[in-house]
Design a protein around this ligand. Structure first.
Ligand SMILES: Nc1ncnc2c1ncn2[C@@H]1O[C@H](COP(=O)(O)OP(=O)(O)OP(=O)(O)O)[C@@H](O)[C@H]1O
Length: 328
């Protein structure tokens, strides 16, 4: 009798492999995997994103910070479907941003993501009231119950009393909170905010961050805020730092027992083991080009490539070392 063939098939092996090691960011709501964006102008190439990795969970609120030119706006333009990366993978709420047709792109921008821009004039039409501004995207999408929803959103964001005012009659902070209501009008899965407090004083900024947090908490909408505002890490649970087109650090904020808020900064270790050392650390020890690494039982030491005080030097004979014939 013939033995049963228990050699696994290729698809069984693939299933097993997938089971053992889930794909990077498989369950993330926003996934950027090795994202590259190269701009070419008059023969000069600028690599704005240099293999950026980012994962954001469904319902999470994060801030993205970084110096001018680090690639924040480029990242947001990719996530908002305005720009297409040169290479890598970008997926938002299950939509592959590199494989969209023009029609998909329109649908994505209308239904999946909502935007808040820095310039209030880009968010709101000046001749419409706050209520009319919030109802407009719903009208374009043919959504019912527009008046009720607009009222609920303005109420949630603390600007219900401004429903009948035009943008010119409101403060900058109120305009931005109405803009958040406009972004949320068609129930997007993700809200992207580019410097939403860039033109505001600190009191108005705090109110806008509080409104974004409330919308995130009450509606469960995944939220990414790009900002220069260094104090943002006090406003959100996770702040991702970008440097030279790559995620370089993460600050996590948590409330300890007793109510104290603790913010801890981490360097980001990518999947192939790369990390960016903070510039001030490198400068303080004059490190350049290469460093020595040493594995300890619970950490890795990083030393500048200079002779260590207790390292025997090849041309300095040690007292108990046998001396070469000629030097005796
Ligand atoms: N359309 C473009 N053409 C050529 N280079 C560009 C273009 N857009 C951005 N860059 C370059 O890409 C790099 C990243 O720019 P980006 O605007 O994403 O940075 P940023 O962090 O948002 O800066 P900022 O905070 O000043 O807005 C910069 O060197 C910038 O000059």
């Amino acid at each position: 009798m013939e033995e049963p063939d228990d050699t696994p098939t290729l698809s069984q092996l693939e299933r097993q492999a997938a089971h053992v090691r889930p794909a990077f960011g498989e369950h993330a709501h926003i996934l950027c995997d090795n994202l590259v964006r190269i701009y070419k102008t008059e023969g000069v190439e600028v690599v704005a994103l240099q293999g950026l990795d980012l994962l954001v969970d469904k319902g999470e609120l994060i801030a993205v910070v970084g110096a001018s030119g680090s690639g924040k706006s480029t990242l947001l333009n990719v996530l908002s479907g305005l720009d297409v990366p040169t290479a890598g993978l970008a997926r938002v709420a299950g939509t592959d941003l590199l494989a969209m047709t023009a029609k998909d792109r329109l649908r994505y921008r209308r239904e999946v993501v909502g935007f808040v821009w820095q310039q209030t004039a880009r968010n709101l039409l000046p001749y419409l009231t706050a209520g009319e501004n919030v109802r407009l995207p719903m009208r374009l999408a043919g959504r019912r119950g527009r008046t009720d929803r607009a009222g609920e959103l303005l109420d949630l964001l603390g600007v219900a009393h401004r429903a009948g005012s035009r943008p010119g009659e409101m403060s900058g902070g109120e305009q931005q909170r109405v803009a958040i209501a406009v972004a949320l009008a068609n129930s997007p899965q993700v809200v992207l905010a580019d410097e939403p407090t860039g033109e505001l004083d600190s009191e108005n900024s705090e109110q806008v961050f509080a409104a974004l947090r409330r919308a995130n908490r009450e509606l469960g909408v995944t939220t990414v805020i790009v900002t220069h505002d260094a104090t943002v890490s006090e406003q959100v649970d996770r702040t991702v730092g970008i440097r030279d087109g790559r995620t370089s650090s993460e600050t996590l904020r948590r409330t300890a027992e007793g109510g104290a808020v603790i913010a801890e900064e981490y360097a980001v270790l990518d999947r192939v083991g790369r990390l960016q050392l903070p510039r001030e650390f490198i400068g303080a020890l004059d490190m350049e080009r290469r460093v020595r690494l040493e594995l300890e039982c619970d950490h890795i030491g990083v030393w500048p490539d200079r002779p260590q005080p207790d390292t025997p030097q090849p041309d300095t004979p040690q007292p108990d070392q046998p001396q070469p014939e000629e030097s005796r």
